[in-house]
Design a protein around this ligand. Structure first.
Ligand code: JFZ
Length: 330
């Protein structure tokens, strides 16, 4: 792990990018679940998806300007829509009006700016017929009377998931970081066939840093800090929104790699009327707090349906850029 996380513990600041079909209705990425929307109805966003302003080089320049050293893009969020050209599904960007592999363009653009490249991949999948919809309101799930006779085959979903992770680790050159989201309830670790999955990933991308969410959720640490971590313990702890007051230590009191992710406003996915936008000052303070406690800081932006990072986020990032420039050699 020490070798893998070397860059990660040096490049403390990153850009999180939540982008998918949910950017169209613009009320956040949990829309389908919250509003109990059927697959057929949700397809209208698939039919409409056409991000004519998608220009990942612009995103990359913005991130780089703000002092960010890496990025993490939602290549598949809970809705199941793939921004990449996967041979295992039709529910992908290449089959929409835009007809392109958006992940390829993202990877190329961020590389070109010298940034490290990360992929977020959701373990939940509300689109796959064999995903059993833990933590989801509408769909078949444990203990839900309405769906007690629904037959799903989780192994078929796991095969799909493993196949897609293999594609992502094979088709895009070197990937620096992989962000799983997330284990839930008793759906943890081996329920994802995690040993097999991680072993495959380590073989394909031996230097890739992986978060700990195959093993646990955002508020937990997992076995990473113990003397006997599992194969799938991951390389860093991934708390969310809250910066751990004491940083994160292992059982011996030694610092562990961690990364706090944080929204710029009240949502991860694009919303038309965001509230509680954080100021540049607030984000800089959080960044400094993370770094001073041995952690990383991943700040989210939410591109809209056309592929544009909202101007308010852009403004904040440009202010952070100015702050870096003012403080460069002091
Ligand atoms: C998850 C996603 O559901 C969300 O849409 C977003 O992508 C975020 C980065 O990750 O949200 C979580 C995951 C785990 C917890 C809370 C929110 N948790 O364990 O407390």
């Amino acid at each position: 792990r020490d070798k893998r996380v070397k860059w990660f513990m040096n490049d403390r600041f990153g850009m999180f990018i939540h982008w998918g079909l949910y950017s169209i209705p613009a009320v956040g990425e949990w829309k389908r679940s919250y509003e109990r929307i059927s697959l057929e109805e949700y397809d209208k966003y698939f039919d409409a998806f056409n991000p004519v302003d998608y220009d990942p080089e612009k995103w990359a320049r913005l991130a780089k300007g703000a002092g960010m050293k890496y990025a993490v893009l939602t290549v598949k969020h809970h809705e199941g829509f793939c921004l990449f050209d996967s041979q295992y599904t039709d529910f992908k960007a290449t089959n929409t009006k835009c007809g392109r592999d958006l992940v390829r363009e993202y990877v190329d653009a961020f590389r070109k700016e010298g940034l490290k490249v990360g992929l977020y991949y959701s373990l939940f999948d509300w689109h796959h017929p064999d995903y059993h919809h833990y933590g989801d309101l509408y769909h078949p799930m444990r203990d839900n009377e309405e769906f007690k006779d629904y037959k799903y085959d989780i192994n078929r979903y796991l095969e799909y998931m493993h196949n897609q992770v293999r594609e992502l680790c094979t088709n895009y050159g070197k990937i620096d970081l992989f962000w799983f989201d997330n284990s839930y309830g008793d759906m943890v670790g081996e329920k994802w066939k995690a040993t097999e999955l991680i072993t495959m990933m380590r073989k394909l991308q031996p230097e890739m840093v992986i978060n700990n969410r195959l093993e646990c959720n955002a508020s937990a640490k997992g076995s990473i800090g113990t003397s006997n971590p599992t194969v799938y313990a991951g390389d860093f702890v991934a708390p969310e929104q809250i910066i751990p007051p004491q940083g994160i230590l292992d059982d011996e009191g030694m610092p562990l790699p961690w990364e706090a992710s944080c929204t710029m406003n009240n949502n991860w996915g694009y919303v038309t009327n965001p509230n509680n936008y954080k100021t540049a000052k607030c984000l800089i303070r959080k960044l400094v707090e993370c770094v001073s406690k041995g952690g990383n800081f991943l700040v989210n932006v939410s591109p809209d349906a056309r592929g544009r990072i909202p101007s308010q986020s852009e403004k904040v990032l440009l202010e952070i850029k100015e702050w870096f420039e003012e403080n460069e050699d002091s």
